[in-house]
Design a protein around this ligand. Structure first.
Ligand code: C2E
Ligand code: CA
Ligand code: CA
Ligand code: CA
Length: 279
């Protein structure tokens, strides 16, 4: 609505019509994608900084469209959320992960895979906990092999309906991780309210993590507080040896980032499990 004044109510320019059309096409493509098996899950290792070994992985969805090519989750997840398709997509990711875990856990019984969950899934009662736990059971995978990542925004929603859903994961033995910490509005006080196992410090904090910089103090303060609350810390977006060294020095528990590996398809992740991360 740039055209104020006389044309104040003339909102739909031809350009916007095109945008709306493109959006509708993306939505219908997204609906087809599940049935047409266009989604994949990639796994990014999460390294235990005290041992240097891979102890977990984050599952990240990929959409390989026949003509669009790879569509970034940053592009389609918001649309999946707006349309409610995220519920089905979230179920699909969960089943995919459960199936992979049933294969991997035989050889790597401690491996934990973390999956992203959207606030929309919780708000629409889109997570069938009972069904999920039964599925894991049928696959021979304990609930403790998964961890769910939630975003800060969800914690602001203090309705018991939502906290109960998060608690059901914990009661079953699954981990709960707070994703993108530091980007939203929540503070440490929210952490103590809900039993969280892991805090994932957002990549934006690592960008200026250099010796003597203020962000080192910030990082350290977040880690100390998390530890006091019994929460382990995962640093996101670790790309350099120097960042890794500083993270170890300030007591960070786990690290994830291109330094160790990009997200990779299951076969490649298996090779990483076997041979260890590249560094
Ligand atoms: P996120 O949960 O914060 O995931 C981390 C993102 O950072 C991933 O982007 C990952 O590829 C990227 N990343 C990891 N290490 C590095 C690094 O060292 N440097 C840089 N620059 N980036 C790094 P991706 O896979 O494109 O996913 C983007 C977002 O889409 C995710 O952010 C998450 O919010 C969402 N997403 C992905 N998969 C799913 C899913 O299955 N369900 C839901 N609800 N959301 C998902
Ligand atoms: Ca995440
Ligand atoms: Ca994140
Ligand atoms: Ca992030």
């Amino acid at each position: 609505a740039k055209n104020l004044g006389r044309n104040r109510f003339h909102y739909f320019t031809p350009c916007m019509q095109k945008e709306a059309q493109a959006r509708r096409r993306l939505i219908s493509d997204l609906r087809l994608a599940l049935a047409d098996r266009q989604f994949r899950v990639q796994y990014q290792p999460i390294v235990d900084l005290s041992t240097g070994a891979i102890s977990k992985a984050e599952a990240l969805i990929r959409w390989q469209h026949p003509t669009r090519g790879m569509v970034s989750p940053a592009e389609f997840i918001p649309i999946a959320e707006e349309t409610g398709l995220i519920v089905e997509i979230g179920d699909w990711v969960f089943r995919e992960v459960a199936w992979q875990l049933s294969r991997w856990r035989e050889r790597y019984p401690q491996l934990v895979v973390s999956l992203n969950t959207s606030p929309v899934q919780y708000r629409n009662s889109g997570i069938d906990h009972h069904g999920w736990f039964r599925y894991l059971h049928d696959m021979g995978v304990p609930a403790s092999a998964i961890s769910v990542e939630i975003t800060e925004g969800l914690l602001l929603d203090t309705s018991t309906a939502i906290t109960n859903q998060i608690l059901r994961f914990r009661e079953a033995g699954a981990g709960v991780a707070l994703d993108d910490f530091g980007t939203g509005y929540s503070s440490m006080s929210y952490l103590s309210k809900l039993d969280i196992d892991y805090l994932k410090i957002d990549r934006s904090f690592i960008l200026d993590l250099a010796p003597e910089s203020e962000s080192v103090a910030l990082y350290e303060a977040m880690i100390v507080m998390a530890h006091k609350l019994g929460i382990k810390v995962i640093a996101e977006g670790v790309e350099t040896e120097e960042q890794c060294r500083i993270l170890k020095a300030v007591g960070c528990d786990y690290a994830q980032g291109y330094l160790f590996s990009r997200p990779v398809l299951p076969e490649e992740f298996e090779a990483l499990l076997r041979d260890g991360p590249a560094r």
